[in-house]
Write a protein that binds this ligand. Structure first.
Ligand code: PLP
Length: 448
């Protein structure tokens, strides 16, 4: 019988060999099994247990350099600001800082993580639709490089805070260009029905208002149209063209515009998507904004970190249902939420050499959490996997650990950074004391 097709699409799933071949930091060693750079994943599992996140330092560096090169080759004066929400691990942030990345943060916690990783405040942009007065005050006190304002209402709040502190803060106006990047509805942000930014038609008035408020120095515009955009460059082109027209309009009114923050959103290939290349993105920026003599900022998250990480898990057991074989992992939707949240497809590979070449049959790969949505894959072609067998879920370096929860009272999994033949635990597994800490039972809840 032919394998049932995955619900993800009409094309057959990539094979194990194809998945490995497309991921330069992975290799199947006939003796040691699947390697992360030069480190056997069995060694990492033995050292830290499972589930565990594993990141490739080399891949993080190479992808950052590739993007930077593409922007430079397009003749753009561009700075990268890593979107911290994709992966806020301090070692990852430090590595990216050493590569010259600034950061894009969306909360006090991310601001603190970024500062703790040694990123200068001046290289940090604060984005987000609901920054609180407390967060804005902290950002000002730190000397933040730029705050991307989402509304005139927010500008007024920030102006009040800046004036009371006697500060002048660089701000950009986030514009909603009303383009449809045709990505998953839950990660589309640049349509007029979305909550983000100021509608482009209202932007001239809003920008003039910003310029009139004490404490604010308007430096430019920001846009971010969505995430995991794989529909080519058309949506990016449309957004940057509209932003370019707006820059011209604002300047004609005598308003200064020195920077355009082009956001993130460039997609990656989880299965067989064919997203635009870094060079194509750079070309779209240049086409829309290249003639305007503006500093360009780009805020990639997923594109840099996604392909640089995986989730290592062990099989708890296999169970045969009436219609389906279930492979139950010790990782769950609380660890990697993307399949449950976005119907995301992640490649799954066995780690043992013998499993790589063994006959396969369809299986549903699930986690231990008490939810039917705790399903990583349906009808996936996998060999028989005895309890204890290791597998990896691919492309989990972005929106992996950062979306983890402790649902079902499951501690957060550890994070490991690999480079060449060495690896380091960059975040320990959360202990059960930490899981329970900070809770108090008042005496009156159990009076009998
Ligand atoms: C989430 C986000 C990003 C990063 O998006 P990716 O799809 O991970 O590249 C960049 N900028 C802003 C404002 C964001 O909200």
């Amino acid at each position: 019988m032919a394998l049932a097709l995955s619900p993800a699409g009409p094309t057959p799933d990539p094979t194990f060999q194809e998945l490995v071949a497309a991921r330069p930091w992975l290799m199947m060693d006939p003796l040691a099994g699947l390697l992360a750079e030069e480190v056997p994943l069995v060694r990492i599992a033995a050292a830290v247990g499972t589930p565990a996140w594993v990141y490739s330092a080399t891949t993080l560096r190479e992808r950052t350099r590739e993007l930077r090169r593409a922007l430079a080759e397009a003749g753009l004066r561009a700075k990268l600001h890593f979107a911290v929400k994709a992966n806020p691990n301090l070692a990852v942030l430090s590595l990216l800082a050493a590569e010259g990345c600034g950061a894009d943060v969306v909360s006090e916690g991310e601001l603190r993580a970024t500062r703790a990783a040694g990123i200068p405040a001046g290289d940090i942009v604060f984005s987000g639709v609901g920054k609180t007065p407390r967060e804005l005050t902290l950002a000002l006190a730190e000397g933040i490089g730029q705050i991307n304002l989402e509304s005139v209402e927010e500008a007024e709040v920030l102006s009040g805070i800046a004036a009371s502190l006697g500060r002048q803060v660089p701000v950009a106006l986030r514009v909603n260009p009303d383009v449809d990047p045709r990505t998953h509805a839950k990660i589309t942000t640049g349509r007029s029905e979305n909550k983000f930014g100021v509608d482009i038609a209202l932007a001239p008035e809003a920008y003039a208002k910003l310029a009139s408020l004490p404490g604010l120095t308007p430096v430019g515009l920001a846009v971010h149209i969505g995430s995991q955009i794989t529909s080519g460059v058309a949506a990016f082109q449309a957004a940057y063209r509209r932003l370019g027209e707006l820059v011209v309009l604002l300047r004609a009114k005598g308003l200064p515009v020195q920077r355009v923050d082009c956001g993130g959103g460039l997609g990656i290939s989880y299965r067989d998507e064919a997203p635009a290349s870094a060079a194509a993105l750079a070309g779209a920026i240049r086409a829309g904004l290249g003639r305007l003599d503006v500093e360009i900022m780009v805020e990639p998250g997923r594109w840099i970190a996604g392909p640089a990480g995986l989730l290592l898990a062990a099989v708890v057991l296999q169970k045969q249902g009436l219609q389906r074989r279930f492979v139950v992992l010790d990782a769950g939707m609380n660890d990697l939420a993307r399949p449950a949240m976005y119907d995301a497809w992640h490649g799954i590979l066995p780690v043992a050499p013998s499993h790589f070449t063994a006959p396969v049959s369809p299986a549903d790969v699930v986690g231990p959490v008490c939810e039917s949505s705790d399903t990583f894959a349906r009808n996936r072609a996998l060999p028989q996997l005895a309890p204890g067998s290791l597998v990896v879920l691919l492309d989990a370096g972005a929106y992996g650990v950062s979306m983890s929860s402790t649902y079902n009272a499951r501690p957060l999994a550890p994070e490991v950074l690999v480079e060449g033949a060495r690896f380091a635990v960059v975040r320990e597994r959360q202990g059960y004391d930490a899981l329970l800490s900070g809770q108090h039972v008042p005496p009156w809840v159990n009076r009998s």
